[in-house]
Design a protein around this ligand. Structure first.
Ligand SMILES: Nc1nc2c(c(=O)[nH]1)N[C@H]1C(S)=C(S)[C@@H](COP(=O)(O)OP(=O)(O)OC[C@H]3O[C@@H](n4cnc5c(=O)[nH]c(N)nc54)[C@H](O)[C@@H]3O)O[C@H]1N2
Ligand SMILES: Nc1nc2c(c(=O)[nH]1)N[C@H]1C(S)=C(S)[C@@H](COP(=O)(O)OP(=O)(O)OC[C@H]3O[C@@H](n4cnc5c(=O)[nH]c(N)nc54)[C@H](O)[C@@H]3O)O[C@H]1N2
Ligand SMILES: [Mo]
Length: 692
């Protein structure tokens, strides 16, 4: 008899879908979006709708493997199958050896978005590395600039819930590719549009979302802080602000007024590449059409000045009082709404048991630099990669590869497939998919906590992340009870926070209900208006002026500071074209790039150029082009279109091994960090292009 299992997609996406898996004789035969889930609403994205192809792919890694070829040699022939016993012996021995010879901080964990589950991405793995005293990884490749920007104004990391977009009359998708990256928000936007709402997209690239919007503003990359300050300039100049809201719930209004005064529309037009009249019109519409919701996504903060840009954008709904109304305000992330007990899950306190102090922290965006740095003390001697594919996703790819090739570096990769990173692994260990594990899942795009049940048994000899670190810990002779905890015990630890937003939520209840909305305070209409009457800062006011920023040498209000590499700052080492190294709509960062069904949905290895830039270089659609800067070069095929502004080119992330010449777009990106949050700067890159 077929049975239906309640699962949840743990991939790195704001939608965190509730997934129904039909299982027959131990095999998953059907996957669908849960029709009863308030955000999933019965459909899956194009990537996960085909997920069974991934789970049952003949290319899955199903057994432990040991490298037999030189590092850099790829494919199954590069490895020999070994037993788990042999693999664990070698891993335990090499980790101990590194710790004995160079100190425990010579071990570096490297993980990110393979799974967003609390148990497998944020639990036993962290306990293990804390216990052995390994270096800490600064996990800032994705969202940290935005997180710091957002919380520097509001004091918390939540906002308008997706269901409430149906109530908005004006929606701005700001650096947010909703159709590609956040498709489950779309039905709520469409509901609002059926009732007359307008959708404005602010994105240098004409995305699928921009194509179907009412208005697309193709802003130049890295200039959003100027636009936000310019909009506030017009709003203040025309008296369209909500003075009562500002007086009650903000601090620093006068300083903001003074800063906004420096950004008249003419100056903003010159910086952003937008028409002066459009800036004025957008400001008027934004201030007068209420409720107005801004879906700010992470695109903006992948620029070097992205922290400040997020900060400035977050001030807009404070100035207009948009937060007062249902469907008004802003969403960057909802993850702060979940009261998970992170300390109890991760056990940072364990670090002191080996080291007597917290371990050093190394930034994941600078992996290449770190691996090649002869002065780093101690050097990284053992790299343990899981739920990430740094040889594809990390900036400054050539440096990363150079470092991964080091013969004195012992690299372990826990994976589902032989990825780019496995090309440099000494040991590859087989990992389960989300269909094979129990998991507790929050979301950064909605406010429903989910418990995902395993639908099928682990395939081959694959193990979950938690099981992997239980096994490695045991083999190293570590017998702390917290390293033996079962998945259920980890879930209980995560839920036992005493946080009001976890009130009454237990594992048993989640096992029954599968998905539970976090119990935030709601008004008589059932609406959650997070900042209608103040903010989550210590004084309850939005920090339009934040003195902590001054201490870091930044403008305590906000400012436009051009990126080191940009048209606004043509310093030595800059190239004439700004590159957007974007994500594919039908892959998820580097996940799915190797699957044929997913490949068929994408136009790969293209470089989009504006007709003016193409003509100046004698390039037409279909030409092979060399794209280069001081860090590297890639070979792509030109696509001449006006879907980017002149002076901007765009390409997509893919596997390096599958890319022409074996190098992907990150051969061009830099490991420079953002103004706030030490984040990655994938969208602050300059290049030159020539016909090959
Ligand atoms: N299909 C699909 N879905 C995904 C992912 C994926 O790879 N594919 N990745 C997942 C992950 S890890 C994340 S973090 C989220 C991210 O989701 P998003 O935050 O939407 O992230 P991005 O696609 O990086 O950027 C969004 C848009 O910002 C634009 N942009 C770039 N520079 C600027 C700028 O300076 N100003 C403005 N205004 N816009 C700019 C880009 O062109 C892009 O269209 O999506 C998740 N969902
Ligand atoms: N040029 C450029 N580079 C980018 C970006 C960009 O927009 N442009 N986006 C950046 C962003 S926003 C992010 S978040 C990062 C993402 O970078 P990563 O976190 O590395 O994400 P993925 O590329 O999805 O790779 C995740 C890997 O984890 C594996 N995996 C999945 N589930 C599990 C599991 O349960 N256990 C284990 N052990 N492995 C698992 C998958 O097979 C996959 O190979 O990439 C960044 N890199
Ligand atoms: Mo991300």
């Amino acid at each position: 008899m077929p049975r239906v299992v309640y699962s949840a997609c743990t991939h790195d996406c704001p939608d965190a879908c509730s997934v129904l898996v039909t299982v027959e004789d131990g095999r998953a035969v059907r996957i669908q979006g849960n029709p009863e889930h308030p955000v999933t609403r019965g459909f899956l994205c194009g990537k996960v709708a085909k997920y069974l192809d991934r789970v049952y792919s003949p290319d899955r890694v199903l057994h432990p493997l040991r490298r037999v070829a030189a590092k850099g040699v790829s494919g199954p022939g590069a490895f020999r199958q070994i037993t788990w016993d042999e693999a664990l012996d070698e891993v335990a021995r090499r980790l101990k050896q590194a710790a004995d010879e160079f100190g425990p901080e010579s071990v570096l964990p490297y993980s990110y978005g393979g799974t967003l589950g609390q148990i497998h991405g944020n639990g036993m793995d962290r306990r293990f590395f804390h216990r052995i005293g390994a270096s800490q990884l600064d996990r800032t490749i994705c969202s940290e600039a935005g997180t710091v920007g957002l919380t520097s104004v509001y004091g918390a990391r939540y906002g308008v819930e997706p269901e409430d977009y149906a109530h908005a009359r004006l929606i701005i998708a700001w650096g947010a590719n909703i159709h590609g990256n956040n498709i489950h928000l779309w039905p709520f936007i469409e509901e609002a549009r059926r009732k007359g709402a307008r959708l404005v997209v602010i994105d240098p690239f004409r995305t699928r979302t921009a194509k179907v919007a009412d208005w697309h503003l193709a802003i130049l990359p890295g200039t959003d802080s100027a636009l936000a300050l310019g909009l506030m300039h017009v709003i203040f100049a025309e008296g369209l602000e909500d003075g009562d809201y500002l007086a009650r719930y903000s601090r620093g209004e006068q300083e903001l007024r003074a800063k906004a005064a420096e950004f008249p529309p003419a100056r903003v037009a010159q910086i952003t590449g937008l028409a002066e009249a459009d800036i004025v019109r957008l400001a008027r519409e934004y201030a007068t059409i209420q409720p107005a919701a801004i879906r700010l996504n992470y695109g903006v903060q992948r620029c070097e000045n992205g922290g400040m840009a997020v900060r400035a954008i977050c001030m807009l709904p404070v100035v207009t009082g948009a937060w007062r109304r249902r469907g008004g305000g802003l969403t960057l992330s909802t993850s702060g709404a979940f009261g998970i007990n992170k300390q109890r899950l991760r056990r940072e306190d364990l670090m002191t048991s080996t080291l007597g102090r917290p371990a050093r922290t190394l930034n994941m965006n600078q992996l290449g630099r770190l691996l090649n740095d002869a002065t780093l003390a101690p050097p990284v001697k053992a790299l343990f990669v899981y739920a990430s594919n740094p040889a594809a996703v990390c900036p400054d790819h050539n440096q990363v590869v150079e470092g991964l090739k080091r013969t004195d570096l012992f690299t372990i990769v826990h994976e589902q497939f032989l990825t780019d990173t496995c090309d440099y692994a000494d040991i590859v260990l087989p990992a389960t998919t989300f269909l094979e594990t129990k998991e507790l899942l929050t979301s950064y795009g909605h406010m429903h906590l989910q418990l995902s049940e395993p639908a099928i048994a682990p395939q081959g000899e694959a193990v979950s992340n938690a099981e992997l670190f239980r096994r490695v810990a045991a083999r190293m002779g570590l017998n702390d009870p917290c390293l033996l905890a079962t998945d259920d015990e980890l879930i209980d630890d995560a839920l036992a926070s005493g946080h009001p937003q976890m009130e009454g939520i237990t594992r048993q209840k989640l096992e029954q209900a599968h998905s539970i909305p976090v119990p935030v305070p709601r008004n008589a209409d059932g609406a959650f208006l997070p900042f209608a009457e103040g903010f989550a800062t210590p004084d309850g006011r939005a920090a339009l002026y934040n003195p902590e920023l001054a201490a870091e040498g930044l403008d305590p209000v906000a400012d436009f500071v051009p990126a080191a590499e940009s048209r606004h700052n043509p310093v030595k080492g800059s190239f004439p074209l700004e590159l957007l190294s974007r994500k594919h709509d039908n892959f998820l960062n580097s996940t799915f790039c190797n699957l044929e069904g997913h490949q068929r949905m994408e136009h790969r290895f293209g470089l989009t150029l504006h007709p003016a830039d193409a003509a100046a270089r004698g390039i037409k659609t279909g030409d092979l082009v060399r794209v280069y800067n001081a860090r590297g070069e890639v070979n792509l095929t030109a696509l001449v279109e006006d879907s980017v502004p002149s002076g901007v080119v765009a390409a997509h992330l893919d596997w390096a091994r599958l890319s022409p010449g074996g190098r992907n777009i990150n051969a061009l990106t830099s490991d420079r960090l953002t103004d706030l949050g030490r984040g990655a700067t994938f969208y602050s890159v300059t290049v030159e292009v020539e016909r090959r």
